[in-house]
Design a protein around this ligand. Structure first.
Ligand SMILES: C[S@@+](CC[C@H](N)C(=O)[O-])C[C@H]1O[C@@H](n2cnc3c(N)ncnc32)[C@H](O)[C@@H]1O
Length: 198
């Protein structure tokens, strides 16, 4: 068995344990497929120096795809609520800044844990937004807007395949949307953009 395969199996095992303990929080039955992760990673900023904020990275499937696409590990900040998954991410990505905490408080967490980063060029989120209350989702969206640079993208997937967008995203432009069938279950990736200031 290769080292990579063993690492993936361990990560999936830990993920499944967390699903059994905290099904609502995890909001999925399996980690994201390589296909879903690579569609998310397509939307990274072009600037290799830019900071990217990942929310709910889980086992790091999307993180891995972003690094494979050229994101510098030391430019990644991630917020994961599960302490065990955050521990796994620190082992997998030692140069990234992995914060254990609730993404709903992302502004406070960034102020407390990250020095010299006022804003990020993209937010890449695997958060199960549809299990959040409407109020929590709107508050999260407002915090994302505050931390995101003008013209920056918030990439969010959902297992809801319909085209109706979440009301919390109303203040963003919908830049692109794709259905990824090769994922369990299939997912829709929406790319929301914070309009650049004129
Ligand atoms: C759908 S899973 C992510 C799957 C991930 N893309 C992967 O491949 O492993 C959602 C993740 O969001 C995390 N999460 C849920 N609510 C959160 C919150 N409020 N703040 C931070 N992380 C949260 C869960 O612990 C879980 O790891």
């Amino acid at each position: 068995m290769t080292k990579e395969l063993r690492a993936n199996l361990n990560a999936t095992g830990l993920f499944l344990q967390e699903v059994l303990l905290y099904p609502q929080q995890i909001g999925a039955v399996l980690p994201s497929s390589k296909h879903l992760a690579s569609v998310m990673a397509r939307w990274l900023p072009a600037d290799p120096e830019a900071f990217v904020l990942e929310l709910g990275p889980g086992t790091g499937a999307v993180t891995q795809a972003m690094l494979a696409r050229g994101l510098r590990e030391d430019r990644l900040i991630a917020i994961e609520m599960s302490a065990r998954l955050a521990g796994l991410l620190r082992e997998r990505f030692p140069r990234a800044q992995i914060i254990t905490g609730n993404a709903c408080h992302l502004d406070k967490l960034l102020r407390r844990h990250v020095r010299d980063v006022e804003s990020v060029a993209a937010v890449i989120s695997s958060l199960p937004l549809r299990v959040f209350t409407t109020e929590a989702a709107k508050s999260l969206a407002a915090r994302i807007r505050t931390v995101l640079q003008p013209g920056g993208n918030w990439v969010q997937y959902s297992y809801h395949l319909g085209v109706r967008r979440h009301e919390a995203t109303a203040r963003f432009d919908l830049l692109a949307t794709h259905v990824v069938w090769l994922n369990l279950p299939p997912a829709r990736v929406n790319v929301y953009q914070k309009r650049a200031a004129h």
